[in-house]
Structures are given as C-alpha cells and as structure tokens.
Design a protein around this ligand. Structure first.
Ligand SMILES: [Zn+2]
Length: 261
C-alpha cells in the first residue's frame, strides 16, 4: 500500500465548523487524521475548545484501535524518530496472569479494525429516542498472518487493541461533517452532527451507520480511504449523505453518515 499523499487544502468558513464561534483563533482540520494518511485539510475551521474534544477521540482511534496497524502499514507520523521498532504484546495463557512479550513489527499481530453497522436508524424508521438501536459488530482484518507462528498456540488470549463503537461513530461523524463543508464550502444546510461530535449527545446511531448496502466499487482495491457524497431521499425528505470507506484496499466495511438536510 502506497501511503504517500499530497495535501489538498480547502478554504475554511471563517468560523468554527462545530460550535460556530468566529471571533477566535481557528486551526486547520484534517478531515481524515494525518496519522491515518488523510490528505484533505480544511483551513481555519476549528476553535481551540472543539479541537481539544475532537483530538481526544481521534487519538483513541489512532493509538488504541489502530496503533500497530498504522506502524505496520507505514502510515504517517509526526514523530518518525519515536516510532517503535518493537511492540509489547499483552497476553494470557492458561493461568489468568497477564504476560508481556516484546515483538518486532513484523511479528506483532497487527490488525485493521472497523465495524459492521446497520444503516443509520433514521433510514430504518427507528424513533430517535429508541435505545434499542442496534449497535455494531467488530470487524478485524489481520495484516500479519499469525496462524503460522508457533507463538500463538490455542488457548493463548492476546490483546490486539481497544475498541469503542461510540468513539468510532463520533470519529465518522467528524469526517463526514468536515468533508461536506470542505467540498461544498457553505453552511447553507441544517447540520445534524456538531452536538454528536462534541459529545453533547450520544444518539449517533440515528445518523451514523453502515454503508454496505451501497454498490461496490471495484476500483477501490488500491485506495487507502475513499470519501464521496451520496444524498438520499427518505419519507419525502432529501438528506445530505457522505459515504466513508476507510481502508478500502483491505475491503473493510463502508459507512454512511447523514450530515444534514
Ligand atoms: Zn468550536
């Protein structure tokens, strides 16, 4: 996988795309984080307070969920000299005691992780406050084939990362919201996502879900990530939708996010 990318910068709107604040210093926003190989940048678009919130869940996704995969796939880092040559595997075998083992990047069981989600609940006519909205199934694709390695005998439980549906959905909401504003450079729509991105509301499943019902794109086998707009009409209302396909080359699940109307 070729992870060299050329940055593409879009002009900002002169205000924070999350809270709307304008008389403040605004920082640029990577639509997909730099550390995941994202090359689209929206300039002057996040205030300090909102950047602090979004960077927290982005850090979780990049380090806890996809940390070893980023190293194995040689995705960008701001501190290349600090990138480890060895990673510590945490495992249990037989007895319940936690054990640690230092492994090279080649040997470490790195995985690409994502979720298989149902479509956004809005499109399934599930009421907004229904807490039975089904969540997701974790999808793991190993990058390093560990089945041939003697070290991973049956009965050994290894830790491959930490995963959170809620944090991942906030991360997808942030990508879709910032991508729409970058591409279409306006706020002339009713945005649905800022409160979810800022953690004021956790009913994300209403607008953020799976996109595996969308047609498959055969040309994606060589693409790291793919974003595009695909609106939808539901119960006579037109919604703005963004399709997010992260790690497309590995055939990971697609996501569909309704950003507004
Ligand atoms: Zn803000």
């Amino acid at each position: 996988m070729d992870s060299i990318n050329i940055p593409i910068t879009y002009p900002g709107l002169g205000k924070c795309i999350y809270c709307g604040k304008s008389n403040t210093k605004l920082s640029k926003e990577h639509i997909i984080p730099f550390g995941l190989g994202g090359n689209l940048i929206l300039s002057h678009s996040s205030c300090k307070g909102c950047a602090k919130i979004t960077s927290q869940f982005e850090r979780f996704i990049q380090h806890e969920m996809l940390g070893p995969a980023r190293i194995k796939l040689n995705l960008p880092t701001r501190r290349p000299q600090k990138r480890p040559k060895q990673l510590t595997l945490v495992y249990h075998s037989g007895d319940m005691q936690k054990k640690f083992e230092s492994l090279s990047i080649e040997e470490f069981p790195s995985v690409i992780a994502g979720f298989d989600f149902p479509e956004p609940a809005l499109l399934r006519n599930i009421p907004y406050n229904d807490h039975k909205i089904s969540e997701g199934r974790l999808i793991i694709k190993p990058i390093v084939d560990i089945t041939k390695n003697e070290k991973y005998k049956a009965g050994k439980k290894i830790k491959i990362g930490s995963f959170s549906v809620l944090e991942y959905k906030r991360f997808l909401a942030k990508i879709a919201h910032s991508y729409y504003i970058a591409q279409f450079n306006n706020m002339n729509f009713t945005p649905f996502l800022p409160d979810f991105i800022l953690g004021k509301n956790n009913q994300l499943s209403y607008y953020v879900g799976g996109g595996n019902h969308l047609p498959n794109n055969n040309s994606e086998s060589n693409i790291l990530h793919h974003l595009y707009r695909q609106d939808c009409i539901h119960n006579g209302i037109k919604y703005i939708g963004i399709v997010i396909h992260l790690f497309a080359f590995a055939n990971m699940p697609k996501y569909y996010v309704i950003v507004g109307r």
